[in-house]
Design a protein around this ligand. Structure first.
Ligand code: GLV
Length: 311
């Protein structure tokens, strides 16, 4: 029986049993084995989330990797990754919606000053604050792919003015599309809320740095649910409390965020533990099972990564 390797960092070992049951509903012709299993080296396909790539690179039979998340940086940006491997990712409308909920939650909390009113409640203060006109708020979404376009659409339906930045120009009615350096600079200089949902590639690594923060308007909100590496963390800290009114972060350069990290104590930063759009085995299993089946029959499944683009 074909072996399929499984490794999902940060989840209990039993997670493999759950995936096994859910995948087998759609395709049964394989055995799921953990990386520590002695037969792991027989696997042609690996399902991975933040696996030790050095170990993976030593598995000589491995031909294809399916990311157990939407991002593939944990696979292809690792120095041990070999380019003759084909890589696929999950593209799940459930996850896109989940991200959209989290971004909306963050933006509405910010513009309605949820935190401020909770602080007032503790002191029994019954006092209104100025209400912002949401139609005048420009929200910039950086990365308008499978996830970003859903977030943009939902924000637009809530009455926000949405701008979106991507590698190439996009045609959607629900956001104004910007691309290239000029488009990026335009959004940086004009948006009130910046939302990073980019894939992590050589081009987007450290894209939010002091040069970029310094060009933002005063008092913006910066939201990152892309990857920690999109941001130069020390640069972000130095702009928090002046240019950046509030930074809402779900991803960090090092995860879990180290206890000594200065972000923890910064009153202009809200920290989330990488939960904005988690993989849902219930909704993702069908496409992963079908991808395994297609690879086994020598075909190419959907959502193949272009290794030149990095996503
Ligand atoms: C989460 O970060 C993912 O890449 O799915």
């Amino acid at each position: 029986m074909n072996k399929v390797l499984f490794y999902q960092k940060g989840t209990p070992r039993e997670q493999i049993d759950l995936w096994n049951v859910k995948l087998k509903k759609w395709y049964r012709n394989f055995n799921l084995v953990h990386l520590d299993d002695p037969t792991a080296s027989e696997a042609l396909i690996a399902l991975l989330w933040k696996a030790p790539m050095e170990k993976i690179s030593k598995l000589n039979n491995l031909k294809a990797i399916i990311s157990l998340g939407q991002g593939v940086d944990h696979i292809i940006n690792d120095i041990n990754f070999s380019e003759n491997m084909s890589v696929y990712r999950i593209v799940d409308p459930y996850m896109a919606k989940s991200m959209s909920h989290w971004v909306i939650l963050s933006i509405l909390n910010y513009i309605r000053d949820y935190e401020g009113y909770r602080k007032q409640q503790i002191k029994k203060i019954y006092k209104t604050k100025d209400n912002l006109d949401f139609t005048k708020i420009k929200v910039g979404i950086y990365g308008t792919g499978e996830i970003g376009k859903v977030v943009a659409k939902d924000l637009n339906s809530l009455g926000f003015n949405v701008l979106g930045w991507s590698r190439s120009k996009k045609k959607f009615s629900f956001f104004k599309s910007f691309f290239n350096k000029e488009g990026f600079n335009h959004m940086i200089a004009n948006c009130d809320i910046h939302v990073c949902l980019l894939p992590l590639t050589n081009d987007t690594n450290k894209i939010f740095n002091k040069d970029v923060f310094s060009k933002m308007k005063n008092g913006v909100c910066f939201i990152n649910a892309g990857r920690g590496q999109h941001v130069v963390e020390n640069d972000l800290i130095s702009f928090c409390g002046n240019k950046i009114n509030l930074a809402i972060l779900d991803v960090f350069e090092i995860e879990p965020l180290p206890k000594k990290h200065p972000f923890w104590k910064n009153k202009n930063i809200i920290i989330w533990p990488h939960v904005s759009a988690e993989t849902n085995v219930e909704t993702a299993a069908e496409q992963v099972a079908k991808a395994i089946k297609l690879i086994h029959s020598g075909k190419i499944p959907a959502n193949k990564i272009d290794l030149n683009l990095g996503y």
